[in-house]
Design a protein around this ligand. Structure first.
Ligand SMILES: Cc1cc2nc3c(=O)[nH]c(=O)nc-3n(C[C@H](O)[C@H](O)[C@H](O)COP(=O)(O)O)c2cc1C
Length: 217
Protein backbone atom coordinates (compact mmCIF):
# COMPACT_ATOMS: atom_id res chain seq x y z
CA UNK A 1 0.00 0.00 0.00
CA UNK A 2 1.28 3.40 -0.94
CA UNK A 3 0.19 6.55 0.89
CA UNK A 4 1.01 9.98 -0.52
CA UNK A 5 0.61 13.05 1.69
CA UNK A 6 0.55 16.71 0.71
CA UNK A 7 1.60 19.51 3.01
CA UNK A 8 -0.25 22.69 2.07
CA UNK A 9 1.54 24.78 4.71
CA UNK A 10 4.51 26.95 3.78
CA UNK A 11 6.09 25.90 7.09
CA UNK A 12 7.96 22.70 7.61
CA UNK A 13 7.91 20.94 10.99
CA UNK A 14 5.01 23.06 12.15
CA UNK A 15 1.45 22.14 13.10
CA UNK A 16 0.33 20.74 9.74
CA UNK A 17 3.50 18.82 8.98
CA UNK A 18 3.71 17.44 12.52
CA UNK A 19 0.23 15.94 12.10
CA UNK A 20 1.12 14.61 8.64
CA UNK A 21 4.22 12.97 10.14
CA UNK A 22 1.99 11.21 12.65
CA UNK A 23 -0.26 9.97 9.84
CA UNK A 24 2.87 8.63 8.12
CA UNK A 25 3.98 6.80 11.25
CA UNK A 26 0.52 5.27 11.74
CA UNK A 27 0.43 4.10 8.12
CA UNK A 28 4.00 2.78 8.29
CA UNK A 29 3.10 0.79 11.42
CA UNK A 30 0.62 -1.03 9.19
CA UNK A 31 3.26 -1.68 6.54
CA UNK A 32 2.50 1.19 4.13
CA UNK A 33 5.07 3.01 2.01
CA UNK A 34 4.64 6.74 2.55
CA UNK A 35 5.80 9.90 0.83
CA UNK A 36 5.27 13.48 1.98
CA UNK A 37 5.20 16.20 -0.68
CA UNK A 38 5.54 19.85 0.29
CA UNK A 39 3.40 21.84 -2.11
CA UNK A 40 5.33 25.05 -1.40
CA UNK A 41 8.50 23.40 -2.76
CA UNK A 42 6.83 22.93 -6.14
CA UNK A 43 6.50 25.33 -9.04
CA UNK A 44 2.91 25.44 -10.30
CA UNK A 45 -0.20 27.55 -10.62
CA UNK A 46 -3.90 26.72 -10.50
CA UNK A 47 -6.10 25.63 -13.40
CA UNK A 48 -5.73 27.87 -16.48
CA UNK A 49 -9.12 27.01 -17.88
CA UNK A 50 -7.74 25.62 -21.18
CA UNK A 51 -10.29 22.75 -21.10
CA UNK A 52 -7.81 20.44 -22.89
CA UNK A 53 -8.79 17.79 -20.30
CA UNK A 54 -12.39 17.93 -21.61
CA UNK A 55 -11.78 18.08 -25.41
CA UNK A 56 -13.44 15.30 -27.42
CA UNK A 57 -10.70 12.97 -28.69
CA UNK A 58 -8.05 15.30 -27.25
CA UNK A 59 -4.66 13.86 -26.29
CA UNK A 60 -4.97 15.37 -22.81
CA UNK A 61 -8.54 14.16 -22.24
CA UNK A 62 -8.85 13.26 -18.55
CA UNK A 63 -5.39 14.64 -17.77
CA UNK A 64 -3.97 18.06 -17.06
CA UNK A 65 -2.27 19.40 -20.20
CA UNK A 66 0.01 21.77 -18.30
CA UNK A 67 3.57 20.50 -17.95
CA UNK A 68 5.13 21.66 -14.70
CA UNK A 69 6.13 20.27 -11.30
CA UNK A 70 2.66 18.79 -10.82
CA UNK A 71 3.02 16.50 -13.86
CA UNK A 72 5.19 14.02 -11.91
CA UNK A 73 3.00 14.44 -8.83
CA UNK A 74 -0.15 13.41 -10.72
CA UNK A 75 1.63 10.21 -11.74
CA UNK A 76 2.36 9.51 -8.06
CA UNK A 77 -1.32 10.10 -7.25
CA UNK A 78 -2.34 7.47 -9.82
CA UNK A 79 0.10 5.02 -8.21
CA UNK A 80 -1.20 5.72 -4.67
CA UNK A 81 -3.65 3.66 -2.66
CA UNK A 82 -4.52 6.53 -0.33
CA UNK A 83 -4.02 10.29 -0.19
CA UNK A 84 -3.86 12.75 2.69
CA UNK A 85 -4.10 16.50 2.24
CA UNK A 86 -2.99 18.77 5.09
CA UNK A 87 -3.50 22.50 5.17
CA UNK A 88 -3.60 25.39 7.60
CA UNK A 89 -6.73 27.52 7.45
CA UNK A 90 -6.02 30.92 5.94
CA UNK A 91 -8.97 33.31 6.00
CA UNK A 92 -11.46 30.53 6.54
CA UNK A 93 -10.23 28.10 3.92
CA UNK A 94 -7.25 25.98 2.87
CA UNK A 95 -4.16 27.82 1.63
CA UNK A 96 -4.01 29.15 -1.93
CA UNK A 97 -1.41 26.50 -2.80
CA UNK A 98 -3.69 23.66 -1.67
CA UNK A 99 -6.61 25.20 -3.49
CA UNK A 100 -4.59 25.56 -6.73
CA UNK A 101 -3.35 22.00 -6.33
CA UNK A 102 -6.89 20.70 -5.95
CA UNK A 103 -8.07 22.59 -9.04
CA UNK A 104 -5.35 20.97 -11.13
CA UNK A 105 -5.77 17.53 -9.53
CA UNK A 106 -9.56 17.19 -9.49
CA UNK A 107 -10.81 19.02 -12.57
CA UNK A 108 -9.35 16.67 -15.27
CA UNK A 109 -10.99 13.65 -13.61
CA UNK A 110 -14.35 15.36 -13.33
CA UNK A 111 -16.53 14.56 -16.37
CA UNK A 112 -19.02 17.12 -17.63
CA UNK A 113 -21.78 14.51 -17.90
CA UNK A 114 -25.12 14.34 -16.12
CA UNK A 115 -23.71 12.07 -13.39
CA UNK A 116 -20.55 14.22 -12.99
CA UNK A 117 -18.68 10.93 -13.15
CA UNK A 118 -15.04 10.42 -12.25
CA UNK A 119 -12.26 9.37 -14.64
CA UNK A 120 -9.99 8.34 -11.76
CA UNK A 121 -9.62 4.63 -12.35
CA UNK A 122 -10.14 3.30 -8.83
CA UNK A 123 -11.65 4.17 -5.48
CA UNK A 124 -9.09 5.11 -2.85
CA UNK A 125 -9.29 6.44 0.67
CA UNK A 126 -8.53 10.11 1.22
CA UNK A 127 -8.22 12.23 4.32
CA UNK A 128 -7.93 15.94 4.98
CA UNK A 129 -6.21 17.53 7.96
CA UNK A 130 -7.02 21.14 8.72
CA UNK A 131 -5.05 23.12 11.29
CA UNK A 132 -6.30 26.44 12.58
CA UNK A 133 -5.72 28.96 15.34
CA UNK A 134 -9.45 29.31 15.97
CA UNK A 135 -10.93 27.59 18.99
CA UNK A 136 -14.05 25.44 18.79
CA UNK A 137 -16.50 28.32 19.30
CA UNK A 138 -14.75 30.52 16.73
CA UNK A 139 -14.59 27.65 14.23
CA UNK A 140 -18.32 27.05 14.59
CA UNK A 141 -19.28 30.74 14.58
CA UNK A 142 -17.31 31.32 11.39
CA UNK A 143 -18.80 28.26 9.72
CA UNK A 144 -15.50 26.66 8.72
CA UNK A 145 -16.87 23.12 8.60
CA UNK A 146 -19.64 24.14 6.18
CA UNK A 147 -17.18 26.16 4.00
CA UNK A 148 -14.79 23.25 3.76
CA UNK A 149 -17.45 20.63 3.21
CA UNK A 150 -18.13 21.67 -0.38
CA UNK A 151 -14.60 20.81 -1.52
CA UNK A 152 -14.78 17.55 0.42
CA UNK A 153 -17.81 16.56 -1.68
CA UNK A 154 -15.81 17.14 -4.90
CA UNK A 155 -12.93 15.08 -3.53
CA UNK A 156 -15.36 12.28 -2.67
CA UNK A 157 -16.86 12.38 -6.15
CA UNK A 158 -13.44 11.75 -7.69
CA UNK A 159 -11.75 9.36 -5.27
CA UNK A 160 -14.48 7.98 -2.99
CA UNK A 161 -15.17 8.46 0.71
CA UNK A 162 -13.04 10.99 2.56
CA UNK A 163 -12.49 11.74 6.24
CA UNK A 164 -11.31 14.89 7.95
CA UNK A 165 -9.48 15.94 11.08
CA UNK A 166 -9.77 19.45 12.51
CA UNK A 167 -6.86 20.48 14.73
CA UNK A 168 -8.02 23.65 16.45
CA UNK A 169 -6.38 26.29 18.64
CA UNK A 170 -2.93 25.75 17.15
CA UNK A 171 -0.04 28.04 18.09
CA UNK A 172 1.01 30.62 15.51
CA UNK A 173 4.50 30.93 16.96
CA UNK A 174 6.70 29.48 19.70
CA UNK A 175 6.81 32.57 21.88
CA UNK A 176 3.80 34.90 21.98
CA UNK A 177 5.79 37.57 23.85
CA UNK A 178 7.83 38.21 20.71
CA UNK A 179 4.83 39.21 18.58
CA UNK A 180 2.03 41.76 18.77
CA UNK A 181 -0.78 39.36 19.57
CA UNK A 182 -2.94 40.61 22.43
CA UNK A 183 -5.99 39.01 20.81
CA UNK A 184 -4.63 35.63 21.88
CA UNK A 185 -4.14 34.27 25.38
CA UNK A 186 -0.53 33.06 25.19
CA UNK A 187 -0.80 30.93 28.30
CA UNK A 188 -3.97 29.20 27.10
CA UNK A 189 -2.34 28.62 23.70
CA UNK A 190 0.70 26.95 25.25
CA UNK A 191 -1.52 24.85 27.52
CA UNK A 192 -3.53 23.68 24.52
CA UNK A 193 -0.32 22.84 22.67
CA UNK A 194 0.95 20.77 25.57
CA UNK A 195 -2.30 19.04 26.49
CA UNK A 196 -4.60 18.93 23.46
CA UNK A 197 -2.32 18.96 20.40
CA UNK A 198 -0.83 15.57 21.35
CA UNK A 199 -4.38 14.18 21.22
CA UNK A 200 -4.70 15.47 17.64
CA UNK A 201 -1.36 13.82 16.88
CA UNK A 202 -2.75 10.55 18.18
CA UNK A 203 -5.89 10.97 16.02
CA UNK A 204 -3.62 11.62 13.03
CA UNK A 205 -1.64 8.46 13.79
CA UNK A 206 -4.90 6.47 13.92
CA UNK A 207 -6.01 8.06 10.65
CA UNK A 208 -2.79 6.82 9.06
CA UNK A 209 -3.39 3.30 10.29
CA UNK A 210 -6.99 3.36 9.03
CA UNK A 211 -6.45 5.08 5.71
CA UNK A 212 -4.37 2.35 4.21
CA UNK A 213 -6.93 -0.41 4.78
CA UNK A 214 -8.05 -1.87 1.44
CA UNK A 215 -11.51 -0.87 0.22
CA UNK A 216 -13.87 -3.78 -0.32
CA UNK A 217 -16.72 -2.84 -2.65
C1 LIG B 1 -2.18 34.32 6.39
C2 LIG B 1 -2.77 33.58 7.56
C3 LIG B 1 -4.15 33.50 7.68
C4 LIG B 1 -4.73 32.78 8.72
N1 LIG B 1 -6.09 32.70 8.80
C5 LIG B 1 -6.66 31.97 9.77
C6 LIG B 1 -8.07 31.84 9.83
O1 LIG B 1 -8.82 32.38 9.04
N2 LIG B 1 -8.59 31.07 10.83
C7 LIG B 1 -7.79 30.41 11.72
O2 LIG B 1 -8.33 29.72 12.58
N3 LIG B 1 -6.45 30.51 11.67
C8 LIG B 1 -5.86 31.25 10.71
N4 LIG B 1 -4.48 31.33 10.64
C9 LIG B 1 -3.66 30.53 11.58
C10 LIG B 1 -3.21 29.20 10.96
O3 LIG B 1 -4.26 28.55 10.28
C11 LIG B 1 -2.71 28.22 12.02
O4 LIG B 1 -1.75 28.81 12.85
C12 LIG B 1 -2.18 26.95 11.39
O5 LIG B 1 -2.13 25.91 12.33
C13 LIG B 1 -0.79 27.15 10.80
O6 LIG B 1 -0.32 25.93 10.26
P1 LIG B 1 1.25 25.61 10.22
O7 LIG B 1 1.75 25.70 11.61
O8 LIG B 1 1.36 24.24 9.66
O9 LIG B 1 1.86 26.62 9.31
C14 LIG B 1 -3.89 32.09 9.64
C15 LIG B 1 -2.50 32.18 9.52
C16 LIG B 1 -1.95 32.92 8.49
C17 LIG B 1 -0.43 33.01 8.36
Amino acid sequence: MRLTLFNGSPRKNWNTEILLQHVMKGAASNGAETELIHLYDLNYKGCRSCYACKRVGGKSYGHCAIQDDLTAIFKKVEESDALIFGSPIYYGNVTGEMRSFWERLLFPYSVFDMERSSLFKKKIRTGIIYTMAANEIQMKTMGYEQNLHLMETFIEKIFGETESLFAIDTCHFEDYTQYVSTFFNAEAKQKWRQEEFPKDCQKAWEMGKRIIQPIYI
